[in-house]
Design a protein around this ligand. Structure first.
Ligand SMILES: NC(=O)c1ccc[n+]([C@@H]2O[C@H](COP(=O)([O-])OP(=O)(O)OC[C@H]3O[C@@H](n4cnc5c(N)ncnc54)[C@H](OP(=O)(O)O)[C@@H]3O)[C@@H](O)[C@H]2O)c1
Length: 417
């Protein structure tokens, strides 16, 4: 059974906020707690019936009405592209010193939350480079080669093993898991891998340290447990799942034995020992990322965060470009919005996304995934359905610059409840 109520806990702190602003740690924690409370009050909704129905309709009716709308509507595409241009045009520096500060690496070294708010142009927030030829693999900053499209395994519960087997059978060679049993099943991912017959060295395995285990010694102990749950001798990528824990996740009054800084030292030791090939973080905001870069002996290779067309995370993506750290988007298909009380997935049912899907002949999910890839992201879509698992890797079409811009223009057009 698919347990998607598990996902909301993975909502990153900042995704409930105006993504152009970083809030104080105290505010973040308060908002995070509120998010969790909101989410926990939601009824179980394993599958969003609205999305399912919408996709069926789309599949059946991809001709007539929509095709007519697209043909008649050279205008809409042009308007959408114009809106995108205006959005990008509004990307201004608001301080006189921006150019100079950016030239001195201020965007990534010196209070980036200030820089990315006041110096958006100089920090490249709106540059959004587009690639049309998307290589199957990405080479991380330490030389490790990683598949660009992986399979996300959060929220699948007991169905994790079956879905992961389907993913491996349809060609996925990256599996994204984590220690947090609130959402993930490392053991079932490990079983699927063992039974698949795919050689271990051909599969890139990611796991993440639970924030309750922050601290050098605790991180080392818990990493060993991950190895045994996954039934492997090495993990390809190990991430700090969150910079800190919070009461609803770790229990009231619980304090981890150390901070994310201590845990990072443990991750560096794991690399030294050859137990992990690459390390990185998830759900870190701009200022924590800057602090991490400043203190790291081994530079983070990857940052995993929520990015979808309506909440595209442009600032952190720009930060990662400048810092030569690979950005991996999660919940690209919009499932975080469902976790925030929406009963219909606003990404997959978005009119612009649907129009672009009609133009390309793909479906909305494929368009959104391809959009992320053409912005240089790595992605880890998840599905419990065999056909969708396969379709989410069938991304060998190209979105035009106009189509990319129209999707880019959706960023920030919808706010969380
Ligand atoms: N680091 C973190 O804190 C964090 C947080 C969240 C997620 N993640 C990682 O990112 C992965 C992906 O994110 P996610 O699981 O939140 O959600 P997602 O991949 O954005 O979306 C999954 C949802 O989309 C539906 N779906 C999948 N393919 C579809 C298609 N072709 N057409 C229509 N609907 C489709 C799925 O339903 P069906 O199952 O019915 O197909 C499911 O409801 C996770 O599994 C996890 O590995 C990490």
């Amino acid at each position: 059974m698919v347990v998607s109520e598990a996902l909301p806990l993975a909502v990153p702190i900042s995704e409930t906020l105006d993504i152009t602003k970083e809030s104080s740690p105290v505010e973040q924690q308060q908002q995070q707690q509120q998010t969790l409370l909101d989410v926990q009050e939601r009824p179980r909704a394993p599958v969003d019936p609205g999305v399912e129905a919408g996709n069926a309709e789309e599949a059946a009716g991809i001709g007539a009405q929509e095709a007519a709308a697209v043909t008649q509507d050279a205008g809409t595409g042009a308007q959408e592209a114009k809106a995108a241009t205006q959005l990008h045009g509004s990307c201004q520096d608001l301080e006189e010193g921006c150019v100079e500060w950016a030239a001195e690496d201020g965007c990534i070294q010196n209070g980036p939350s200030f820089m990315f708010e006041r110096c958006r142009k100089s920090c490249g927030v709106c540059d959004q480079p587009i690639i049309t030829d998307v290589p199957e693999n990405v080479t991380l900053n330490n030389g490790v080669v990683m598949p660009r499209v992986g399979f996300g395994t959060a929220g699948l519960g007991g169905a994790t093993e079956e879905a992961t087997s389907w993913a491996l059978a349809s060609g996925y060679r990256l599996l994204d898991s984590a220690q947090a049993q609130e959402w993930y099943r490392e053991d079932l991912v490990g079983q699927a891998l063992l039974k698949s017959g795919v050689p271990r060295e051909q599969v890139f395995l990611t796991s993440k340290l639970h924030p309750r285990h922050h601290g050098r010694d605790e991180a080392m102990i818990q990493f060993t447990k991950s190895l045994s749950a996954l039934a492997v001798e090495q993990v390809d990528l190990f991430l700090l799942h969150y910079p800190a824990c919070w009461p609803e996740l770790c229990g009231e009054g619980y304090t981890p034995k150390g901070t994310w800084h201590d845990s990072w030292r443990a991750l560096e030791e794991l690399v030294d020992k050859g137990l992990v090939r690459a390390i990185g973080v998830s759900n870190f905001g701009l200022d924590d990322l800057a602090e991490l870069l400043a203190m790291a002996r081994i530079k983070p290779a990857l940052v995993q965060r929520h990015s979808d067309p309506l909440a595209a995370d442009a600032e952190v993506r720009a930060f990662c470009r400048l810092a030569d750290v690979q950005y991996q988007g999660y919940s690209t298909l919009g499932s975080q919005w469902l976790a925030h009380g929406m009963d219909k997935n606003p990404v997959l049912t978005n009119a612009v996304v649907e129009r672009v899907a009609n133009e390309t002949g793909g479906d909305a999910a494929q368009v959104v995934l391809r959009w992320a890839l053409q912005h240089g992201q790595a992605i880890v879509p998840r599905s419990s359905k065999r056909e969708r698992i396969a379709a989410n890797r069938g991304l060998d079409f190209v979105l035009t610059a106009n189509q990319m811009q129209r999707i880019d223009a959706l960023d920030g057009s919808l706010q969380h409840n």
